[in-house]
Each structure stands twice: as structure tokens, then as C-alpha cells.
Write a protein that binds this ligand. Structure first.
Ligand SMILES: C[S@@+](CC[C@H](N)C(=O)[O-])C[C@H]1O[C@@H](n2cnc3c(N)ncnc32)[C@H](O)[C@@H]1O
Length: 342
């Protein structure tokens, strides 16, 4: 009883701290995936503060099932008590059954709960998105491996290896290390890769010295894994976030300009030729200039635009989704065509 009380107090107090410390880039990516998810599972959900946050920040789609999974029955009980009373105070109509339904305006969220281990739950569930906030650090390395095995597969393990670089490190005795989530394919120690594009559009030949996953050295890693790859043939200062690693035999085009379908979610006036937000795509965050087809896009509009990175090219592909922001204005988009630099 004492433990539950302190866990609940701890988790509710922690929320305001987490609100401010969540990684903006992760949130940007999450926002895109949330927009396309109708079944979300949160593992290690505690008392449901992440759900409250996503509702508060208006990040959930109109119709969604949100499953809270936690091994701790007292936390789930606390969530089932807190969410309805919080939601009523926020103007939601709350219906409680096995599931809790929260309805307000166009939005209807069905909240379900399960008291079970995360891996056990994911052995049979096939949600669109699995959220685990402040959770992985509680698991042993073998438990993390098991959990990752059970995640629904979105990335193509069979495709060519590709990883967008998230962070870089310089490790004494090892050299440059680039970390990120493997987007597709498999990487092995000794693989010969390309890194880039560099600022001038060129790609650099590098070799995989070693691979680390959750602080353990591994011989190979596949799509979906978060890894640190030690690289031969490059200095840490030459590697930048947003560059990609891909097989040596590929022939990638550096892309400075692309066309896209965009939706303006929030903008004080109109978006005209020359609008300059920051575009976030994969791990790239870069100033870009917009040229809307037809000259103007209004808030709420969906339209097409040509978009040009202001300073340098990146590896961009058709179908990639992105967020753009400038001050309080915000929108989302999908790359529909790329124009390789001549
Ligand atoms: C630090 S809390 C985070 C809660 C919430 N996600 C948040 O950010 O406020 C971690 C939660 O994970 C739960 N947990 C720990 N191991 C678990 C497992 N193997 N399966 C499911 N839940 C687990 C704990 O009971 C606890 O409620």
C-alpha cells in the first residue's frame, strides 16, 4: 500500500518534469506515427500520464483505442480512477465499462487496460504503435531483446541496410561512433558502407569496426534496433545528424529539393513563396524554403509544394513523412518526388 501510494505520487509529480524534458525530435516522429494509428499500446503505462499528455497536446487521432499495459495492478487501478475524473473535468463525456470511453467533439478515445508483462502482452497483440516511456531502463538486456523481438515489424528486415544518424560520439580507442535506429536491412561488423551526404553532396566510404546494442557488442543488428556503429575511415567531427549509412554498392542521390503534399495544421496567416520553416524528416532537422503550388497555402489547407533545403542536401525518398515548424506554425507532409542535384 505504501509502495503504491509513493509510486502514484512519484508518477504524477514526474509528469510535469517529463513534459518539459521529452526529446522534441522523438515527439515530432511520434506525432507523425500517432496521426496514422488507430490502435496504440502503452507498455509500462503506470498511472496513464502519457495518455493524459497526448490528449492535452491534441496529438491523438479522432478515433483511437489506447491500451494501458502494466505489470503493477495498483498502477492500473490508479489509472482507472484518475483518467475518468481528469477527463470529466476537461469536458469529456466519460462512459465506463470494461473499457473507458472518452468523447469530446469529434474525438472518441477508447481506453483499455491490462495487468500483465509487456512482452507477454505483445506476444499476441498487433497494435499500430507501441509506446514505452521511462520503461526500457527498468528491463534487463535480455528482456529488452525479447521485447524488441515482439514489436510489430514496420521496417523491412529484407531491404537494403539504411540508418539515419541520430547522434555521434568519439570513443577513446574506438574512434567515431554513429548511433541511430536501423530503418531497414541488416548491418554486420566489417560491412563496407557509404556515409552521407556530406555538405557538398558527396558520400564517404566507411567500414563498420564494431556494433553495440544496449551497451553490448553484437556481430550484426537488424531493422528496428537502436545501435551504435563504430566507423573506420571517418572522424567524428565529420559526421552529422541527419546523414545516412547505406551499403557501399548503392548509388544514392543527394537531394536538395523535393516536392511534397503538405497539410498546414497551424499558421497565423498564409504560407507563401519563400516561407522558411524547419523541416524534420527522419533524423534531419533543417531550414527549408517552401514554394507552394499556386503560391499560397492557408491553415487547414492540404496542397502541394516544392521544398528546398536551405543549406545542404540530404538523402530523401518518396513516401517519407515530415513535420515542419516555424514559431507557432506547424504542418505535416509527405515527400512525393525528389529532384537529384545535377
Ligand atoms: C517509471 S514508470 C513509467 C510510467 C509511465 N510510462 C510514465 O512515463 O509516467 C515504469 C512502469 O513500468 C512498469 N513495468 C516495469 N516492468 C514491466 C514489465 N515487464 N511489463 C509491464 N510493465 C512494467 C512499472 O510497474 C511502472 O509502472
Amino acid at each position: 500500500m505504501t509502495r503504491t501510494y509513493s509510486q502514484e505520487r512519484y508518477l504524477s509529480a514526474k509528469r510535469t518534469v517529463d513534459d518539459r524534458s521529452l526529446d522534441q525530435h522523438v515527439l515530432d516522429e511520434l506525432e507523425l506515427v500517432l496521426a496514422g494509428s488507430t490502435e496504440i499500446v502503452e507498455v509500462g503505462a503506470g498511472i496513464g500520464t502519457m495518455l493524459q499528455r497526448l490528449l492535452d497536446w491534441d496529438l491523438l487521432p479522432d478515433r483511437v483505442t489506447y491500451m494501458l499495459v502494466d505489470v503493477d495492478a495498483d498502477s492500473i487501478d490508479a489509472a482507472r480512477e484518475r483518467i475518468p475524473s481528469w477527463a470529466s473535468a476537461e469536458g469529456y463525456t466519460v462512459t465506463e465499462d470494461d473499457a473507458i470511453t472518452l468523447a469530446r467533439g469529434e474525438q472518441e478515445v477508447t481506453v483499455e487496460t491490462a495487468v500483465t508483462d509487456a512482452s507477454t502482452y505483445l506476444a499476441t497483440a498487433t497494435p499500430d504503435l507501441v509506446i514505452g516511456a521511462a520503461f526500457l531502463d527498468l528491463l534487463e538486456s535480455a528482456e529488452i531483446d525479447e521485447l524488441f523481438e515482439r514489436l510489430p515489424k514496420t521496417a523491412g528486415e529484407d531491404g537494403d541496410f539504411r540508418m539515419y544518424i541520430d547522434r555521434t560520439y568519439s570513443v577513446t580507442g574506438v574512434g567515431a561512433v554513429a548511433s541511430g535506429t536501423i530503418m531497414s536491412g541488416t548491418v554486420e561488423a566489417g560491412d563496407e558502407l557509404l556515409l552521407g551526404p556530406m555538405g557538398d553532396g558527396s558520400f564517404r566510404e566507411v567500414e563498420v569496426r564494431s556494433i553495440e546494442m544496449h551497451y553490448h557488442r553484437v556481430d550484426e543488428a537488424k531493422a528496428g534496433r537502436i545501435v551504435g556503429i563504430a566507423l573506420k575511415g571517418v572522424e567524428e567531427r565529420e559526421i552529422e545528424r541527419g546523414m545516412a549509412l547505406l551499403p557501399r554498392e548503392s548509388d544514392p542521390d543527394p537531394i536538395r529539393e523535393f516536392s511534397a503534399e503538405v497539410m498546414v495544421l497551424n499558421h497565423p496567416t498564409s504560407i507563401d513563396d519563400g516561407y522558411e520553416p524547419v523541416v524534420h524528416v527522419e533524423t534531419i532537422s533543417e531550414a527549408a524554403v517552401f514554394y507552394p503550388d499556386g503560391g499560397t497555402l492557408l491553415p487547414g489547407d492540404t496542397g502541394t509544394a516544392r521544398i528546398r533545403f536551405k543549406f545542404r542536401p540530404y538523402l530523401i525518398e518518396e513516401g517519407q513523412r515530415f513535420v515542419f515548424r516555424e514559431g507557432r506554425s506547424k504542418g505535416v507532409g509527405t515527400v512525393t518526388g525528389v529532384e537529384p542535384e545535377k
